[in-house]
Design a protein around this ligand. Structure first.
Ligand code: UDX
Length: 436
């Protein structure tokens, strides 16, 4: 199949590359010339494990290319994916900003030739596909096309595997013809017996929001229970393991921490609440999850302050991990973006390290943050160490060495990576989340 992917952000790039790996011919289009030029040179602008190698392989094998020209790829395309950004609107009302979706729809309309399926990959409010259809019809009344919704469920850091071995593929379609094209696109997954859920377009649009909202609720739930554990002296790790063994609950997404971040959960929960409000309904559980998440970040600031004896003023803090999760350089909505400025404001000095996110972090964090070359360098003469993102390379630190570098042996483990007993036996004052 010939496929055009509009948007070379995270989702577009991963999806386009993986579809090329499936054997399709994919043209990835973006308006940003520099980005396309970089990609043409084989340089991928984001850090995602395995992506750059897969891009280069598929380019070399002639199935993947990058262009700024729609005219150059849309006419021959059997399917055009919309994978442009849908950020939270600047109006601050939680709505998803659909400007890029509508702009792209208008632009592709005039280049359509032959039957084409326009597939929405971006996370968009219910009813967006219908609007896209109207726009394309208006711009090009002669066009032979269908619109479909095919939401993505890719986790950053594991996106290629998530694409190649998904739990399910959701296809929202109105016609058999469109369904056939989508089935053809995902044919390689049939060999793996991947469930393909075929629904209406509206249902597909809502599935994405409902899935992300549920996961956000799950994280906020475990974070609140972790706080209860702290109050009553219980242990969240054992608790989460035990409740997760119940098949109805499931063990995943029950890790307490400093609150969820990233490009999806914070944005999608707000957008969903906004959509629901418009229909006169409410989603109190999601709204509570959002509040709990904000409170969790604030609670981490207090936890750090308490460990420093009530004030961070004049203290040097070694911070390990800045990105919202490991294996990505993404800083969007990372807890670090809330927690670190608050500590600086109260007079702390911060020396941070992150394996992949330091360049990006400079765009998100105050200038006063200092960056270390490795975890040990960050700890030199610091008053405490804060483990903020659970990168693998922080999981087996030489704790004796860390202890001897620190001015005071204080370990604040916001991801529960280390065993409290072990740390205490080495003379550290230790705190995690939800355990003594
Ligand atoms: C998420 C969804 O998982 C994915 O399906 C969707 O399409 C996009 O959004 P992503 O944002 O890449 O993916 O990361 P994810 O692994 O889901 O983690 C999101 C946040 O939740 C991170 O900040 C992570 O640290 C946090 N988290 C996750 C927890 O605090 N506890 C957990 O148990 C799981």
């Amino acid at each position: 199949m010939n496929i055009t992917m509009i948007g070379t952000g995270y989702v577009g790039l991963v999806t386009g590359t993986c579809l090329a790996e499936f054997g399709h011919h994919v043209a990835c289009v973006d308006k940003i010339t520099e980005k396309i030029e970089r990609l043409q040179k084989g340089r991928v602008p984001i850090y995602e494990p395995g992506l750059e190698a897969l891009v280069n392989k598929n380019v070399a094998e002639g199935r993947l290319r990058f262009t700024t020209s729609l005219a150059d790829s849309v006419p021959e395309a059997d399917a055009v994916f919309l994978a442009v950004g849908t950020p939270t609107s600047r109006r601050g009302d939680g709505y998803a900003d659909l400007t890029y979706i509508f702009e792209a729809s208008r632009e592709i309309a005039r280049h359509l030739s032959g039957y084409t399926v326009i597939i929405d990959k971006s996370t968009v409010p219910v009813g967006t596909a219908a609007q896209v259809e109207r726009i394309v019809r208006q711009e090009n009344p002669e066009a032979d096309f269908d619109v479909a919704s095919n939401p993505e469920f890719l986790r950053e850091g594991a996106a290629i595997n998530d694409f190649m071995r998904p739990d399910r593929v959701v296809i929202g379609v109105k016609t058999e013809r469109a369904a056939d094209v989508l089935h053809e696109i995902y044919k390689p997954l049939y060999l793996l017996d991947t469930p393909i859920v075929r629904t209406t377009i509206e249902t597909a649009e809502l599935i994405k929001y409902a899935a992300n909202a549920f996961l956000a609720v799950k994280i906020s739930f475990i974070n609140e229970i972790a706080n209860v554990c702290e109050a009553v002296g219980a242990d969240i790790s054992a608790l989460a393991r035990a409740i997760g063994m119940d098949g109805r609950i499931g063990g995943k997404f029950l890790h307490p921490g400093p609150g969820y971040g990233g490009s999806c959960f914070p944005k999608d929960t707000l957008a969903l609440m906004r959509i629901v409000q418009e229909y006169g309904e409410s989603l109190r559980i999601v709204s509570a999850a959002v509040e709990v998440n904000a409170a969790q970040k604030a609670r981490m600031i207090k936890k750090i302050r308490d460990m420093l004896g009530g004030s961070e003023s004049g203290k040097t803090l070694a911070v390990l991990g800045l990105t919202f999760k490991p294996e990505t350089d993404d800083m969007r909505e990372s807890p670090a973006v809330t927690i670190l400025p608050a500590l600086l404001e109260k007079g702390a000095r911060i020396r941070a390290h992150d394996p992949k996110g330091m360049e990006e972090a400079r765009n998100f964090l105050p200038l006063e943050v200092e960056y270390a070359t490795n975890a040990y360098d960050a700890c030199e003469n610091a008053d405490a160490v804060i483990l903020l993102t659970e990168w693998n390379q922080y999981r087996a630190l030489d704790l004796e060495r860390i202890g001897s570098l620190l001015r005071k042996r204080i370990f604040i483990d916001l991801r529960n990576v280390y065993e409290p007993e072990k740390l205490r036996s080495l003379g550290f004052q230790y705190t995690g989340v939800g355990r003594k």
